[in-house]
Design a protein around this ligand. Structure first.
Ligand SMILES: Cc1cc2nc3c(=O)[nH]c(=O)nc-3n(C[C@H](O)[C@H](O)[C@H](O)COP(=O)(O)O)c2cc1C
Length: 452
């Protein structure tokens, strides 16, 4: 029976502190026009130095991790005018960052659908050793046909994708554990390099993947990398509930985020794990400036070229015709009276709420009502309030932040939002340790988890 106490326990975040991650993609930031902004190196797409600098900015703000999404491939909106969204290569980017930072966790997506598990096991554990225990693997199943096409394949059924993912993660964790914790002797005096009997093949052959092993990589300072997951289907809940310690999420409302967080926690419980071992981390996009007007103007500068198509989409969200020629005017009382939020887009109610506040059509769009996470366009305190509200409502264990423009948007968050969260006791003052496991507060694990 779900007693009231248990219900409260599901959501409660009392006495805890939130986690913060930074989204690092193409090097420019999350807004389409970021590459053209003043002060931005237009060649950041190929600059590993830019990634390093941005990760260092996040480390200055004590962020627990950076997160590099990946296809693998490239999401391309319009290569004539926009940068692709992803890194050139996530593992090379993280290797560069690992050498120039000391604390921040290094998390990247690695597809279980299109990679051989042995390759993933080797790359992520090598990164873990290189970074002294800071690596995390976002173990996802691929769902885009554009990605599949890069491998000359089609996207398999959900059943097959998740079947392979379950096998791949178990196999990879087995490979990670195949070099025994105490196997490495490296004693120059005696000439004993390693204990052969503690470095053993895994000999796993499943329906989808297999490997003999062992993997010739000793443990890192955190043992082995941490598993992340991203996805929202029941299959995703199950996979994450079984293996993940963190979930990269996307939710537009507290209610939705709470439901998602709870679904992952319940799934973890079903595998005999403590629900607190899995952290739900939804996204937040930011344009931080001294006041709302300045922030809106910055957003207009970034995205104005997209307004024609966005006005067209906003019409659908609000269910009323909109006049592009009246971009600088608020919606009329008549329009507002007739507007109805489009039920199939969870962002529609927020768009209507902003419209009813009397902002011009241009400013409504500049609030980011058509972006892919909740958006803060304003002073730092507004971001801090949002994060506190969601965190205390049990809707999030933390947030992954997508600044509009990385070149100055990460610093703006670090200088204007982090101190408020720290003052309120909601975010740590300093790193608790030097490994990602310590930052996330997840239990030690080496090899597979015998409980699942
Ligand atoms: C917040 C979030 C981040 C994601 N990041 C990635 C990513 O970096 N790479 C990728 O291929 N898929 C990514 N996905 C997609 C999921 O892994 C998955 O393919 C998709 O949600 C469909 O899953 P389903 O088959 O369980 O419905 C992400 C999904 C979410 C919600």
């Amino acid at each position: 029976m779900d007693s009231l106490i248990e219900q409260t326990d599901k959501f409660s975040n009392t006495g805890k502190q939130m986690l913060i991650g930074l989204h690092l993609g193409n090097g420019y930031g999350s807004q389409p026009g970021a590459w053209r902004m003043p002060g931005v190196d237009p060649k950041s797409y190929t600059s590993f130095d830019a990634r390093v600098k941005q990760a260092q900015a996040a480390e200055r703000g004590k962020f627990q991790f950076i997160f590099l999404p990946d296809g693998p491939g490239a999401i391309m909106a319009d290569i004539e005018t926009e940068s692709p969204t992803f890194n050139l290569d996530v593992m090379l980017a993280l290797a560069a960052v690992a050498r120039e930072t000391e604390y921040i966790g290094l998390v990247a997506t690695g597809s279980t659908t299109f990679n051989e598990p042995f390759n993933l096991a080797r790359q992520f554990k090598a990164l873990d050793v290189m970074s002294h225990g800071r690596s995390g693997w976002n173990a996802i199943t691929s769902s885009g046909e554009d990605v599949a096409a890069n491998y000359g394949r089609r996207i398999p059924s959900s059943e097959d994708r998740y079947g392979r993912a379950h096998e791949a993660i178990q196999l990879i964790q087995s490979l990670w554990g195949s070099w025994g914790k105490e196997a490495w002797v490296h004693d120059q005096e005696s000439g004993h390099f390693a204990k052969e009997d503690q470095i053993v093949p895994i000999n796993i052959q499943g329906k989808f993947v297999g490997s003999r092993g062992p993997l010739y990589i000793p443990p890192s300072e955190q043992g082995q990398p941490i598993i992340f997951h991203a996805g929202g289907s029941p299959n995703a809940h199950k996979l994450a509930g079984r293996f993940a310690n963190a979930v990269i999420g996307a939710a537009f409302t507290i209610e939705d985020a709470r439901a998602q967080r709870n679904a992952f926690r319940e799934a973890a419980k079903r595998y005999g794990r403590d629900p607190d071992e899995i952290k739900y981390i939804p996204g937040l996009m930011t344009t931080i400036a001294k006041d709302r007007r300045t922030a809106l103007d910055r957003r207009i500068q970034l995205t104005e070229h997209l307004f024609p198509q966005r006005v067209a989409y906003l019409q659908q969200m609000l269910g009323i015709p909109l006049d592009y020629a009246r971009l600088n005017e608020p919606l009329s009382n008549e329009q507002l009276g007739a507007a109805r939020p489009y039920p199939y887009d969870p962002r529609s109610s927020n768009a209507l709420k902003i419209a009813k506040e009397g902002w011009s059509l241009k400013d409504i769009l500049a609030h980011g009502v058509i972006d892919y996470h909740p958006v803060i366009v304003g002073p730092g305190i507004e971001a801090a309030d949002h994060m506190q509200e969601w965190f205390e409502a049990g809707a999030a264990d933390g947030f992954w932040i997508s600044p509009d423009v990385n070149a100055d948007g990460i610093d703006a968050f670090v200088d204007e939002v982090v101190p408020i969260l720290q003052e309120r006791g909601l975010f740590h003052q300093d790193y608790e340790g030097k490994t990602l496991r310590k930052h996330l507060g997840v239990p030690d694990q080496y090899g597979i988890d015998p409980r699942v």
